[in-house]
Each structure stands twice: as C-alpha cells, then as structure tokens.
Design a protein around this ligand. Structure first.
Ligand code: GAP
Length: 450
C-alpha cells in the first residue's frame, strides 16, 4: 500500500493541530522560517532530549556545551566558511527570481508554462556566481566593517574553539566528545519543503576527538550508531539508509562522509551527516589563534592533534522525519481516522484523560486522575466534544494512550485504557495507573506501519 503521508498532508496537519506554522503569518510570512506551536515544541523537545540521552546519559565519554551564536569573525576565517561556504546562484533577468544553479533540475520557474528555470521561452539566466550563505550583522552601535559578525551557520565551530577549555575542566582524554544543540542560520538560496530546508534551524552536533590512528574505527562506529538511533526511536528501517559520499561530493575538510538518509515524500534525502574531519579544524584554529589545540598524553609522553568524527543532525529535519513516518490514515469500519503513530518516547503527549460525559461527577473524578498522572508524564485533560471526537483529536497529535472515566469508574475505581495503535480498550485500576502507563511507555515499540 502506498504511504499515506504526503508533504501537503503533513503541512496541513501541523497547522490544524498547532505543531508548526509559517512565521510572521499575519504579515504574509517570512521566506522559509517557521514557528513551533505547543505540540511542535513538545515533539521537537522530545527529539532533542532523546539525542542528549544517547550522547550524555547512555555514555560517559561525551560532555555538553552551549556556545554563543555570535562568535569572533576569525572563527569563520579559520573554518573556511568566509571563503568557501557558498552555493552557486543564478538570477533570471525576466522574472527576477534567484535559483541555486546546481538544483535547476529540481526547481520550478514561476512563469507559465511551468518549466525548470532556464527552460521557458522567456527565461534569461545570468552566469552562475558564488553566494555566501552566512547571515551578516553588525556588532555594537557603529555600522562599520570592523564590527561585522556572522550568525553561526553550524554549531560545530563553537565546539572547536572551546576544545582547550573543555579539555581542561572535563578531565577527559581522547577518545571523547563534545555535544551541542542550538540554532544555526544559513541564507539558503532555495529553501523549501517545509522545515526540511529553512534559513533558521536547530542542529544537534557532536565532535568526537580521537587519536589519529583510531579515526577509521570511530567513523564506522558513529555511522552505525546514528543510523540505529533513528531505528530505535521507531523510524521504519526500510525508510532509512546510510549512503557514503562519492569523493567529488566531500567537503574540503572531510576524508569521508556518509549521510543517514530518510525516504521523505520528496525522495531519499539527507537526515544527518557523519564526517571524518581529520585534524582540519583544530589545526586551522590553532594556526589563526596562536593557541595550541592538541592533546598531551602523560602516559606515552606523546603530543598530537586529535582527529574528529562528527555526527551532525538537524532537529527540525528529524522532527519532520518522525512526523512523516508516523502519519497514517486508517479505515475504522467505514470511518476514516488520521493518526500519528509516533514512538511513545517522542509523542508530545503521553496520555489524555477524558471524562465520558460532562456530568454526574465524571469530570471531577477525571480531574483527580489527571492530577495524579501529570506529575509523572506529559498529560492532557479534555472534556470538550463527543468521546469519538476527542479520541480523533488525540490520534492526530499522536497520544499513545487515552484514559476514559465513566460511570463504572465511580463504582469500581477502574478506567478504560485505549491504545492508539491497536485501538484495544481494557479496564485498568486507577490505583497504580501511573505505574502501568510508565511501564507501557518504556516498552520497545515498532511502527505498526512496518
Ligand atoms: N557541521 C557540519 C554540518 O553542519 P551539514 O550537513 O551542513 O553539516 C548537518 O548539516 C545537518 O543539519 C543536516 O544533515 C540537516 O539535518 C541539518 N541542516 C543543514 N542545513 C539545514 C537547513 N537549511 N534547514 C534545516 N536543516 C538543515
């Protein structure tokens, strides 16, 4: 059966249920920036927390960092971004639009008849020229060239410039990693496909510093570990693959890069990149700053510049992949339901508490149950509309469990527990309900779409 998820349906659901909407919408939106509403914030926060869990809680060789978005401009000189973080761009003299010269075959000319840019009868494209993707701004009150700073285009460089600080306080030795989550900015020429490619986005990056001769082994390790992270969080394994870059695709700093790709509705596309960056970054920053960025091993008396393996993921792109993978439309005996079959660990709300009727003391009892649950897990109370409508609402935001309080609940202190995926309903005692739910949420979960 074809996958029910299309980009249009995902965008519509995100707007309808308050996950994600165009930024500055009342002013007509701002070129490819998005705002996250309540459920979107909860979902993306869960994705980021799962990443932190994998990096920090489940390992003891990685430490956290939160570096500034604005950094000394020399950072971008050393990293190569000032000189080389460019995409080739063409302008059309007829329609005034700009296009990425290397993506013309995937783009649409805004003029009719609809063709790729350059293929229409009136298209008049300029020669391609390099366009630097970094956003510039001015630091301080005087707008002169000396005060030009850049919004970081990746979180990685904040890690490299802090290598010495972290090495001193963390008492780690290679192999060890520094992890960071935060906003990055790129003035993409052709952003698009919802939050897949935007100009402001969040990255989850980890730089793993290793003795040079161990780099190939750790490169293989992180490729597999990062692929498996998505599978463990329920993305269908047959919608994920690892693709090694061809030599002509490699960035200037990389001796090997592989992408974890996901089969989005737009086709196989990069979800995350894992790169073997060698000693490029530490050496470049050491040269420009004059600081020694190396490790001295007191046991072997050896001094060396560690090599770096970098898994670099996008929090927004991962969130989109979880939404796409979860989206489903079920036929319930003639009635359609739209449902997000999200892994319970990433689902925005874990349980909804619903009084069957808005009378006879059911709301009061339901409020008590809700109060007992909300301290343990993200819960929601809802008494508005028919019970069927409320189930549909929770299905659409991916809530794995609904607890319904009915007249029997008042007699025997039990509730109905409804499972989002199987639609099974069973009676469960209110006493111990939070423990029961916590145990269910911690179980292994595989996508029912598999
Ligand atoms: N430090 C290496 C680095 O930044 P990248 O492949 O350019 O590598 C890493 O970015 C990840 O960040 C990508 O795999 C993607 O998930 C996310 N990302 C990059 N550009 C993005 C954009 N314009 N919009 C949304 N996510 C983006």
């Amino acid at each position: 059966m074809p996958d029910a998820a299309t980009m249009e349906k995902i965008v519509a659901l995100c707007k309808r249920r308050g996950f994600i909407f165009a930024s500055s919408e009342i002013y007509g939106g701002l070129g490819s920036t998005y705002d996250y509403g309540h459920y979107g914030v909860l979902l993306k926060t869960n994705v980021k927390n799962e990443w932190w869990r994998a990096m920090l809680q489940e390992r003891d060789d990685i430490v956290a960092l939160d570096s500034a978005i604005l950094q000394h401009p020399k950072t971008w000189e050393a990293s190569g971004h000032l000189a080389g973080f460019t995409d080739p761009m063409v302008d059309c003299r007829t329609c005034g639009q700009r296009f990425r010269a290397d993506h013309l075959g995937d783009l649409q000319c805004p003029q009719k008849p609809s063709k790729h840019p350059g293929e229409g009868p009136n298209c008049d494209l300029t020669e391609a020229r390099d366009f630097n993707l970094m956003f510039e701004t001015t630091m301080g009150p005087v707008k002169d060239s000396g005060a030009t700073v850049y919004l970081r285009p990746e979180t990685a460089q904040g890690i490299f410039v802090n290598f010495k600080n972290v090495l001193q306080f963390s008492r780690k030795k290679p192999p060890f990693g520094i992890a960071q989550v935060g906003k990055s900015f790129r003035n993409e020429i052709t952003p698009g496909n919802f939050v897949f490619r935007t100009r402001e986005f969040e990255q989850m990056e980890m730089e793993f510093f290793v003795p040079p001769d161990e780099a190939p082994r750790w490169y293989d390790f992180w490729k597999q570990a990062r692929h498996d992270w998505y599978v463990d969080l329920g993305l269908r394994a047959d919608h994920l693959r690892l693709r090694e870059h061809d030599p002509d695709e490699l960035s200037h700093y990389s001796s090997g890069t592989a992408d974890v790709e996901y089969l989005f509705p737009i086709g196989w596309s990069e979800l995350e990149g894992i790169a073997n960056r060698g000693d490029f970054d530490l050496t470049a920053h050491a040269e420009l700053s004059g600081e020694k960025l190396e490790y001295f091993d007191p046991q072997t008396k050896e001094r060396y510049v560690p090599h770096v393996i970098e898994p670099a993921a996008g929090a927004d792109r991962a969130t989109l992949a979880f939404l796409v993978d979860a989206y489903d439309e079920d036929d319930l005996g003639g009635e359609q339901r739209t449902v997000l079959k999200l892994h319970p660990r990433v689902a925005p709300v874990k349980v909804a508490v619903l009084p069957h009727l808005r009378k006879d003391g059911l709301p009061e009892r339901a409020q008590e149950v809700y109060a007992a649950l909300r301290g343990r897990m993200q819960s929601e109370y809802d008494e508005g509309g028919s019970i069927g409508k409320r189930y549909r609402r929770q299905d659409e935001i991916g809530t794995p469990y609904c607890v319904t309080i009915d007249h029997q609940s008042l007699e025997d202190a039990t509730v109905t527990l409804r499972d989002r995926d199987t639609l099974e309903q069973e009676r469960v005692a209110i006493d111990g309900l939070a423990d029961e739910l916590a145990a269910r949420l911690a179980r292994e979960w595989r996508s029912p779409k598999e």
